[in-house]
Design a protein around this ligand. Structure first.
Ligand code: AMP
Length: 410
């Protein structure tokens, strides 16, 4: 029986797992610097946690969630995103007493999308969330954390910060009505995919990639014209502070994000080097969301980044320090071999033991695996209580005992 992996999933090994671990390492190191604490939540939650907060008409809820009934008939969903589970966890565990409360996490998400480069059905996200602050400094900080992590992992890549403001929730509601009316009046010029969204989710039409739609989108009413003076002033302050931090901005009036919960600041970090799935990180403010999930009426701001998408831009990571292989020539020599095995591990060397009892085979495995040294344990070495050590790059071979072998290898 040959079982295939499920479509849209992938295994991580070799160079890929090294890149993956590098991303997670930098995320954790920078989270510490910016004062964010790790919060890991379960992979599945009650479906209701996602339906209303993400929007009954959002693509994720309508088409992409992995939802099933378990043996008790409870409806369960594999998490499609991390913000709502983080909020649920912060509420369940009483973590919202000292505000602002800053959390981050990494883990698998699940969406039944059409797989392609940079888009999978199980993928890994990084999430940073700041709960409980309306201060515009929280927006700047969260964007700065994203920018710092991307710069650290991808120092020479051109990544652009797209920024927009949606204004207040009320404002956004008005705008949706105006947009629905406009697109209804211009229905004949829209793609059928966009026509389906006119009443349920007109904002999504704005980031349609369909050429047919682009013309009419250009002529559509602009959200910025509806935003209040005080909200615009706030947006100006955010932009100016980002400039002070040397973070360049591309103002993107059509940036609205896919989920229902956003308001005010929204942003995406994009690249043009990985094809159509070009958003590495996306986020924004979600005032009102924490209350919707049953918490206090406190604001929040955060982002999610795709680890696999970031990995698409990374170079291979240099090999770590090399291994020392053991070539034990007879099973009867194990006792002598254990002495060197134990002392190498205790001195932090990477040791590889192949159980082949054949010098020729051991040497060929060591060179195939690019080992640094091979320690040969034969009858002669056992009798003299020493070891032969061969440097595989120079070919030099020495006889050493337990007292001097570690110094030599170091
Ligand atoms: P979203 O919650 O859709 O804004 O996603 C946040 C980030 O997660 C995106 O910018 C991507 O980097 C990543 N992402 C979202 N969906 C997928 C997917 N299906 N496969 C891989 N990465 C994804």
């Amino acid at each position: 029986m040959k079982i295939k992996p499920i479509r849209g999933t992938h295994d991580l090994f070799g160079d890929e797992i090294k890149k993956f671990n590098k991303v997670v390492f930098e995320v954790k190191a920078n989270a510490r610097k910016f004062g964010f604490n790790e919060l890991i939540t379960p992979i599945f939650e009650s479906s209701e946690l996602f339906k209303k907060p993400l929007g009954e008409h959002s693509d994720v809820v309508l088409k992409e969630m992995y939802t099933f009934r378990d043996r008790n008939e409870d409806e369960i969903t594999l998490r499609p995103e991390y913000t709502t589970p983080m909020i649920r966890a912060a509420i369940s565990n009483g973590l919202l007493n000292n505000l602002p409360a800053k959390f981050f996490g990494t883990g698998q998400m699940f969406r039944r999308e059409r797989p392609q480069k940079g888009r999978y059905r199980q993928f890994n996200q990084i999430n940073f969330e700041n709960f409980g602050s309306d201060d515009f400094f929280a927006d700047i900080e969260i964007i700065n954390v994203a920018n710092t992590i991307l710069n650290k992992i991808l120092p020479n890549k051109k990544i652009t910060l797209h920024l927009n403001t949606l204004g207040s929730r009320e404002n956004l509601k008005n705008y949706k009505n105006i947009l629905s009316k406009f697109f209804n009046d211009n229905k004949n010029f829209l793609s059928s995919e966009s026509i389906d969204k006119i009443n349920s989710n007109p904002l999504r039409i704005l980031d349609s990639k369909n050429i047919e739609d682009k013309n009419i989108i250009e002529k559509s009413p602009k959200l910025i014209e509806l935003i209040s003076k005080s909200d615009l002033k706030l947006y100006e302050e955010i932009k100016n502070s980002l400039i002070d931090l040397n973070i360049s901005i591309y103002e993107d009036l059509n940036l609205v994000r896919g989920l229902d919960y956003y308001c005010h600041t929204v942003f995406e970090f994009k690249t043009d080097e990985i094809g159509s799935q070009d958003t590495l990180i996306g986020g924004g403010r979600y005032n009102g969301l924490i209350k919707t999930i049953g918490g206090k009426d406190i604001p929040g701001v955060g982002w999610a980044g795709g680890i696999e998408r970031i990995m698409l831009l990374m170079k291979n990571i240099k090999p770590e320090e090399k291994d020392i292989h053991l070539a034990i020539q007879e099973p009867t020599l194990k006792k002598h071999a254990l002495k060197i095995y134990d002392i190498l591990i205790k001195n932090n060397f990477n040791v590889y033991w192949n159980y082949k009892y054949n010098l020729k085979k051991s040497l060929s495995i060591a060179s195939e695996k690019n080992a640094e040294y091979i320690v040969i344990i034969g009858e002669k070495e056992n009798m003299n209580n020493n070891f032969s050590v061969k440097n595989l790059s120079t070919g030099e071979q020495k006889i050493l005992d337990l007292n001097n072998i570690i110094d030599y290898l170091k």
